[in-house]
Design a protein around this ligand. Structure first.
Ligand code: 26Q
Length: 840
C-alpha cells in the first residue's frame, strides 16, 4: 500500500526562476485555505454522508466516501467557476477555445482535492472511517473520453491553462461510452463497453439553458439577390446540450471549463410520433439523433470515413462555434473584431470543418462580407498536427460531405478557388503544385483534405516535437511551407507535473520536496537543482528506496490483474502505449524470445533478471495489432512457466491500459521503452511521464525522445537504431529484410520459433503471417533495427548491475525533465500562437 503523501501547502508565487509572467501568475493566488479545510473537513464529510449520500457516517463504505468527498470538492469548484466566469466577464479578455474530439481525463478526485489543498485533510478524515485513500479513489470511474496520446494531451493542457490563469475553454463531446475496456480471454483482447456515466459523474454541471441546434442534410437555396447570403435548409436539427466539467488549476483559484456536448432529439419531433402512439418510430427517431454523442470511435489510425464520425465532428464543432459566437456577441455586440477577442484551436483535423462553419455563421447568419469574414476566420484559428502518416490524414468524400453538409461543401469550393488563385499568383504555371495544395484531392474519388482546410484557415500550424515539425515542413506540408514559412512552428508536448509526478508518485514527490522544495509543481525547471544530487550516494540510496516501494506497488497490481508474481530485484522494463506496428511492440516481444532462448542456451552467463511489462489497447478492427497482443500472451505463457528461465525472465501484459493504470505503472518502471521507427512517432508523451518518474529511456531517435536526450544527456539513455532520415532512405532503397536474418543466426532462431508455433503449439501457423511480413517486407524496419536494439538492451543490463550508477542516471533524468511540463508548452501556445494572457 502506498503511503498517502502529506501534501505541501501551496507555495507562494515566485517569478525569479523563469521570469515568465504566466508561470508567476500561476502561483500568485493561494488555493483554498488548507488549514481551515482540515478543521472543517471531518465534520462536513459526515454531514454529506448523512444528508446527500444517505448513509450513516459510521457505516459508510469506500464508494460512499468517494461520493461524499467529491460532493465537497464539487461545491468549492462551483464557487471557483462562478468567480472565474465573473472575472472574465468584468474584463473581457481574449479567450482561447480548445476544440478537441478527445479528453482523456481519468479520475478527478485526487486532482481536485490537491488543487483545493485538502488532500491531507481528506486522507486523515478517511482514517476515521477506517478507509484508505487508495480504496476510496478506486471507486471513481475513469473518464476515458479519448484514445491515447492526443486525448491525454488535451486533458493535461486544460489543467495547465487553469494553472496559468488563462481564460480558456475546452470543447468536446460528452460520449455516453468512452474508450472500451479491454480484458483478455484465452490470450486475446476482448472489448467491453465503458458506461462511465452509469452511476452519474460527480464532476458534471449540466447546463439545461445552454442548448444549440445543429443542422444536417437538406438543401441550399441560392441567394435571393446578388450579394445576399445563401440559405441552408437542413433536413434535420439535432440539439446540442452543454455539460460542463470544471478543471481546477494548481495553486490558483482559477479554473478552466471543459464544455462537452450531448446530442438529443428536438422535443417536438420526438413528440409528434409519440402522440400518434407510434412509440417504436419515436424511439427510432430519438436514437438516430442521440447516437451522435453515443460512443467514442476507438480507433486512432486510419479514419474509416464513416458518416457517423463526420456527424460527430460537425456536431461538436458547430455547437462550440455557436457558443463562442453567442458569448462574443453578448460581450462585444458585433462580430467585426471577433478575432481580436477569440482564439480557436483545432486540435488535429477532427474539428477542421469549423473553418467552413465559422465562415457560414459569419456570412450566412450574421451577414459579414466574404472577405471580411475570411480575415476573421484566418485570424481566429490555429491548428496542431499530430500525425504525418498519409493513411491517418483525414479526408472526406465530396459526395458524402455534400450530402451531410451541403452548404459547407459550397463554402469549401469557394475557399479553394480563392486559395488556388492566390497561390497561382505567387507561383504561376505550376499546376502540379496547385494540385498538391488543393483542398480537394482529385485522384480517384474526389475528397476534401481536412488537413489542407485546417492549414489554409489557420494563422499558425504547429507540430508537436522539433523532429515532427521538420518532417511536416519537408513532407506533407512542404508546398504550404514554401508559400508561407512563417505559418509553421512547433510546440513540443508536455505533461502535467501535478498528475504525473505529485499525485501518481507521492514517494518521489516527497523526496524531491525535501531536496529542492515544492516549487517544481508549478515551475518544473527547478528540477534542475536535483542534478548535483545524482552524485550524492545518500540521495541515490533514498531514491532507490522510493523506487523499490513503487515497484512493490506495481508488483501487487501485476499479481492482482495477471496472477504473475515478479521479482522486485529484477529490472522493470516497461512499454505502455496503444498497440501499433510503428510503435514496434513486436520488436520488444522478439527481444524477449531472443532473451529466453539465450538464457536457456547459457543459463550461467550472469543475466540481469528482467520483468518486461507491456500494456495497451489494439483498435478493434486492427487485426495485426490484435495478433501482436495475442503473441505477447502466448510468449508470456511459455516463458513464465519455464523453470529454466524462472527468476531471470518474466513477461507481463497488464490489461486495460488507461490513465489510472498508467499512474501505477509510471512510478514503478526502471526502463522506458520508446522504440518506434524513427520519423513515425510525432512526439510521444509516455516517454515524458516515465522519465519524469525516474525511468531510463531505451529508444530510437524519434519524436520528443530526441529532445529528452538534449536535456537529460545521452549518457543516461540507451539510444539505438536508424535515425529518421536513414529509415526513410532504407525504405526507399532495395531493402531486403531476409538478408538481415541470413546474417544473424540468433535472429533466425527467434523468427523460426515464432513462425513454427513454439508459442502456439495448439495452432502452429498462428504467427506465420507476422513472420512472413517481417521477412518479405518489414514495413516497420524491425529486422533492420534488431541488432542495434539488442546491443542497447545489453547496455541497459550492464548499467543495472551497478545500482548506484543506475540511480545516478535516474536522478539525472528526473533533473533534466523540467522542459517537458505542460505548463511550458501551454505558455508557448499562449504567447506565440494564441496571444492570450492570464487573468488575475
Ligand atoms: C480519426 C478519424 C476517425 C476516427 C479516429 C480518428 C483518430 C482518433 C484519434 C485519429 C487519431 C487519433 C489520435 C492520435 C494520437 O493520439 N496521436 C498522438 O498524439 C500525441 C500527442 O501529440 C503524440 O505524442 C503521439 O506521438 C501521437 O501519436
Amino acid at each position: 500500500m502506498m503511503p498517502v503523501r502529506m501534501a505541501t501547502p501551496p507555495a507562494p508565487a515566485s517569478t525569479e526562476a523563469t521570469g515568465d509572467t504566466l508561470a508567476a501568475r500561476a502561483g500568485a493566488v493561494a488555493a483554498c485555505a488548507a488549514a481551515a479545510a482540515e478543521e472543517r473537513l471531518d465534520r462536513e464529510l459526515d454531514a454529506r454522508l448523512r444528508d446527500e449520500i444517505g448513509v450513516a457516517p459510521d457505516r459508510a463504505g469506500a464508494r460512499d466516501l468517494m461520493r461524499a468527498l467529491a460532493a465537497l470538492a464539487r461545491e468549492q469548484l462551483a464557487r471557483r467557476w462562478v468567480d472565474a466566469d465573473s472575472a472574465d466577464r468584468r474584463v473581457p479578455a481574449r479567450r482561447v477555445h480548445y476544440l478537441c474530439m478527445e479528453f482523456l481525463i481519468g479520475r478527478s478526485l485526487g486532482n481536485a482535492l490537491s488543487a483545493l489543498g485538502c488532500q491531507d485533510a481528506a486522507a486523515r478524515a478517511l482514517q476515521h472511517h477506517a478507509a484508505q485513500w487508495e480504496d476510496v479513489q478506486e471507486q471513481e470511474a475513469d473518464a476515458a473520453l479519448g484514445n491515447g496520446g492526443l486525448g491525454r494531451l488535451s486533458a493535461c493542457y486544460l489543467e495547465s491553462m487553469a494553472t496559468l490563469g488563462l481564460p480558456a475553454w475546452g470543447y468536446g463531446i460528452r460520449y455516453e461510452y468512452g474508450m472500451f475496456a479491454q480484458s483478455i480471454q484465452h490470450g486475446q483482447q476482448v472489448e467491453r463497453p465503458d458506461p462511465w456515466l452509469e452511476d452519474g459523474s460527480p464532476w458534471e454541471f449540466p447546463r439545461p439553458g445552454i442548448n444549440w441546434s445543429v443542422g444536417f442534410g437538406g438543401h441550399v437555396a441560392p441567394p435571393a439577390a446578388p450579394g445576399q447570403p445563401s440559405v441552408w435548409h437542413p433536413a434535420v436539427h439535432v440539439q446540442a446540450k452543454a455539460y460542463d466539467l470544471v478543471v481546477p488549476g494548481h495553486a490558483t483559484e482559477r479554473v478552466s471549463t471543459l464544455r462537452l456536448w450531448r446530442s438529443t432529439a428536438p422535443a417536438q419531433i420526438d413528440l409528434q410520433a409519440f402522440n400518434r402512439g407510434d412509440y417504436a418510430r419515436a424511439a427510432e427517431f430519438k436514437n438516430a439523433f442521440e447516437n451522435i454523442s453515443w460512443v467514442l470511435y476507438p480507433d486512432d489510425r486510419t479514419p474509416a470515413g464513416r458518416e457517423l464520425r463526420l456527424r460527430q465532428e460537425y456536431f461538436f464543432t458547430a455547437a462550440s462555434l455557436q457558443d463562442i459566437v453567442a458569448r462574443h456577441l453578448e460581450e462585444h455586440g458585433s462580430l467585426e473584431r471577433f478575432s481580436d477577442h477569440q482564439a480557436i484551436h483545432l486540435n488535429d483535423t477532427h474539428p477542421a470543418i469549423g473553418v467552413a462553419e465559422l465562415m457560414r455563421l459569419l456570412v450566412d447568419v450574421h451577414h459579414l462580407a466574404w472577405t471580411q469574414a475570411w480575415e476573421q476566420v484566418r485570424r481566429s484559428f490555429s491548428y496542431t498536427n499530430h500525425t504525418l502518416m498519409p493513411e491517418a490524414l483525414e479526408t472526406w468524400p465530396v459526395e458524402l460531405l455534400a450530402r451531410v453538409l451541403p452548404r459547407h461543401i459550397e463554402i469549401i469550393y469557394r475557399l479553394n478557388h480563392d486559395w488556388l488563385a492566390e497561390a497561382a499568383r505567387v507561383r504561376p504555371a505550376d499546376d502540379a503544385m496547385l494540385e498538391r495544395i488543393s483542398l480537394i484531392g482529385e485522384a480517384g474519388e474526389r475528397r476534401v483534405r481536412m488537413a489542407h482546410l485546417a492549414v489554409v484557415g489557420s494563422h499558425h500550424v504547429n507540430g508537436v516535437s522539433a523532429l515532427h515539425a521538420r518532417l511536416m515542413r519537408e513532407t506533407v506540408f512542404a508546398d504550404f511551407h514554401a508559400l508561407d514559412p512563417d505559418r509553421f512552428s512547433h510546440v513540443t508536448n508536455g505533461v502535467s507535473p501535478r498528475r504525473w509526478l505529485a499525485q501518481c508518485n507521492p514517494g518521489l514527490a516527497a523526496l524531491v520536496d525535501e531536496a529542492i522544495g515544492p516549487d517544481w509543481r508549478r515551475d518544473l525547471d527547478t528540477l534542475l537543482r536535483l542534478r548535483p544530487l545524482a552524485d550524492d550516494a545518500t540521495f541515490r540510496q533514498r531514491f532507490l528506496a522510493v523506487r523499490r516501494a513503487n515497484k512493490a506497488h506495481l508488483a501487487a497490481r501485476i499479481a492482482r490483474d495477471t496472477d504473475v508474481s515478479v521479482d522486485l530485484d529484477s529490472l522493470f522494463d516497461v512499454q505502455v502505449k496503444r498497440i501499433h506496428e510503428y510503435k514496434r511492440q513486436l520488436m520488444n516481444v522478439l527481444q524477449v524470445v531472443w532473451r529466453w532462448q539465450a538464457i536457456r542456451d547459457a543459463p550461467a552467463a550472469g543475466w540481469v533478471p528482467r520483468t518486461v511489462v507491456l500494456a495497451g489497447k489494439a483498435a478493434s478492427g486492427y487485426d495485426t495489432a490484435r495478433l501482436i497482443v495475442r503473441l505477447i500472451h502466448d510468449v508470456a505463457r511459455t516463458v513464465n512457466q519455464d523453470p529454466a528461465t524462472a527468476g531471470l525472465l518474466r513477461l507481463v501484459f497488464l490489461p486495460n491500459y488507461g490513465v489510472s493504470l498508467a499512474e501505477t505503472i509510471m512510478p514503478g518502471a526502471d526502463l522506458s521503452q520508446q522504440i518506434s521507427v524513427a520519423g513515425s512517432e510525432a512526439s510521444g508523451t509516455g516517454n515524458m511521464k516515465l522519465a519524469l518518474n525516474g525511468a531510463l529511456t531505451l529508444g530510437t531517435e524519434d519524436g520528443s525522445t530526441i529532445e529528452i536526450r538534449e536535456r537529460v544527456g545521452e549518457g543516461s539513455m540507451f539510444l539505438f537504431g536508424l535515425r529518421a532520415d536513414e529509415a526513410r532512405a532504407l525504405r526507399a532503397s532495395d531493402y531486403r529484410p531476409a538478408d538481415r536474418v541470413a546474417a544473424n543466426g540468433r535472429l533466425a532462431a527467434v523468427l523460426d520459433a515464432v513462425g513454427k508455433g513454439t508459442f502456439s503449439p495448439e495452432e502452429p501457423a498462428r504467427y506465420r503471417r507476422l513472420v512472413d511480413e517481417l521477412l518479405h517486407r518489414d514495413a516497420y524496419l524491425v529486422l533492420a533495427d534488431f541488432d542495434a536494439y539488442l546491443e542497447a538492451q545489453a547496455r541497459a543490463d550492464s548499467l543495472f548491475r551497478d545500482p548506484q550508477a543506475w540511480a545516478g542516471s535516474a536522478v539525472t533524468t528526473v533533473a533534466g525533465m523540467g522542459h517537458f511540463s505542460a505548463d511550458r508548452a501551454v505558455a508557448e501556445y499562449a504567447q506565440r500562437i494564441w496571444r492570450v494572457r492570464p487573468v488575475a
